[in-house]
Design a protein around this ligand. Structure first.
Ligand SMILES: Cc1cc2nc3c(=O)[nH]c(=O)nc-3n(C[C@H](O)[C@H](O)[C@H](O)COP(=O)(O)OP(=O)(O)OC[C@H]3O[C@@H](n4cnc5c(N)ncnc54)[C@H](O)[C@@H]3O)c2cc1C
Length: 414
């Protein structure tokens, strides 16, 4: 089988008994690669721009085919090759750790041990680990893949967690053009915010002080101060399973199906078909109003420092804010003065929890923060069981008092 573009390089993956995902990638508008390079298919502007880069790098025989789009980072070519080589040697089994304590990773300091744990520091490492896992799926059929960022939003169970956990710290920021940045999914949001301010890029000041990685923020469409991830994303590069192998795919923002604290990545994970966010192409427009951006970043960080328990063991907002139309009509007037834009009109869950008297609740070492009524904080030997029980009690109180069924924002695993 030959590469569709250069028609020269044979896919020897086929010889090795690994089915090449070429056909499915083509149908879905993704892009395919041969072993020495990669080639774009119709419908994917980012892939087209990759094509330019391959010509620039002199890596592909077909050059000068398309023009006008900003070149992607050269590293993307390397990543892309890795994804398709499926070469056993790229990932070493010895980097897998057994029994790693998840309590030591999770921001709330809770969690049993992980069946398998791998930490990755670059986008290539991330892709190689995922591809390796996919190629050994028979061995790990009882250990679903879970990629985590800084675990600032995940409550692991107290019991051992059976997942194959990839701890993603693939941090890189590469300018694609004056309007777009390529960000490795394990890059911390605060690093991205600082980069934007330093390099006169606008659009991300709302995320100042947001803990966690950009991969985690895309997964849950994180938001604050009226901003939300979906407003600043051009596209997302992900690895996802098709026909038993992981396929590299690029989606524009619309195809990411973002909603309130959700995305296609979260929806698929909830259905048991996780996708791995590899990198994010961010709209970060060049600005002359750098001083305004700096001020917004400073203000948002100061607000968090004074109003949130930023040094506590917590996972941030426990429950999602409630869209106004989900509040029963008869109590809307009572809450009218507490409606805020997030980025559409919501009643903060903190208001409902506060008025339902949840600040007084505690289970074991878990209690609601005195600083923020929607943040659960842990002290001493708090367990995941304590946190879940506290969530159930609070949910019940709010339901009884307001007739509103709060939805968990934190992610429970195991
Ligand atoms: C003090 C505090 C304040 C917070 N304030 C806010 C706020 O204002 N707004 C807000 O929205 N959130 C807030 N959060 C929650 C949290 O910071 C965000 O949800 C953050 O985006 C999570 O990033 P993470 O890297 O820690 O993700 P994790 O907690 O590591 O993961 C969260 C989920 O994303 C998935 N995931 C992570 N990376 C990937 C990847 N590369 N590919 C596929 N799936 C992935 C994980 O499997 C998991 O299901 C706050 C948390 C804290 C502790």
């Amino acid at each position: 089988m030959e590469c569709v573009e250069c028609e020269a390089y044979p896919y020897d993956d086929v010889d090795r008994g690994v089915s090449h995902p070429f056909s499915s990638a083509r149908k879905g508008g993704g892009f395919v690669l041969c072993r020495n390079s990669f080639s774009p298919l119709r419908g994917c502007s980012f892939a087209r721009s990759c094509y330019n880069q391959s010509a620039v790098a002199g890596e592909h025989s077909l050059n000068n085919k398309k023009g006008g789009l900003p070149p992607p980072p050269l590293s993307f070519a390397q990543h892309a090759m890795c994804a398709w080589c499926l070469n056993e040697n790229m990932f070493s089994r010895s980097s897998i750790r057994r029994g790693k304590s998840l309590a030591r990773i999770s921001r709330i300091g809770i969690g049993g041990s992980a069946f398998s744990y791998v930490r990755v520091a670059t986008v290539s490492d991330l892709m190689e680990a995922v591809i390796w896992y996919g190629a050994h799926r028979a061995e790990y059929k009882k250990n679903p893949l879970m990629v985590i960022g800084d675990a600032t939003n995940v409550l692991f169970s107290d019991a051992p967690v059976s997942n194959f956990i990839i701890h993603n710290q693939a941090s890189e920021i590469i300018p694609l053009s004056k309007d777009a940045l390529w960000i490795g999914s394990g890059t911390q949001m605060n690093r991205v915010v600082d980069y934007c301010v330093t390099h006169a890029r606008a659009g991300l000041s709302w995320a100042a002080g947001l803990p966690g990685t950009i991969g985690g923020a895309v997964y849950g469409n994180a938001g604050a101060f009226g901003g939300q991830m979906d407003q600043c994303i051009a596209g997302v590069v992900s690895l996802e399973k098709e026909g038993g192998v992981f396929v590299l795919r690029y989606r524009n923002a619309q195809a990411c199906l973002f909603g309130y604290r959700t995305s296609i990545f979260k929806q698929r994970a909830l259905r048991g078909a996780p996708m791995v966010i590899v990198a994010v192409v961010l709209n970060a427009f060049h600005t002359h109003a750098v001083a305004d951006e700096q001020k917004a970043v400073r203000d948002h960080r100061r607000y968090r420092r004074t109003r949130h328990p930023v040094t506590a063991r917590t996972l941030g907002s426990t429950f999602q804010n409630v869209p106004v139309e989900e509040i029963p009509v008869q109590i809307r007037a009572e809450l009218a003065d507490r409606i805020k834009q997030d980025p559409f009109p919501v009643v903060p869950a903190a208001v409902l929890l506060d008025r339902a008297g949840c600040k007084r609740l505690h289970v074991g070492g878990a209690s609601f923060s005195a600083q923020h009524a929607n943040f659960i904080v842990a002290s001493g030997k708090t367990t995941a069981r304590d946190v879940k029980k506290l969530c159930r009690q609070a949910h019940l109180r709010v339901q009884r008092r307001f007739g509103v069924a709060l939805v968990l924002e934190i992610i429970t695993q195991g």
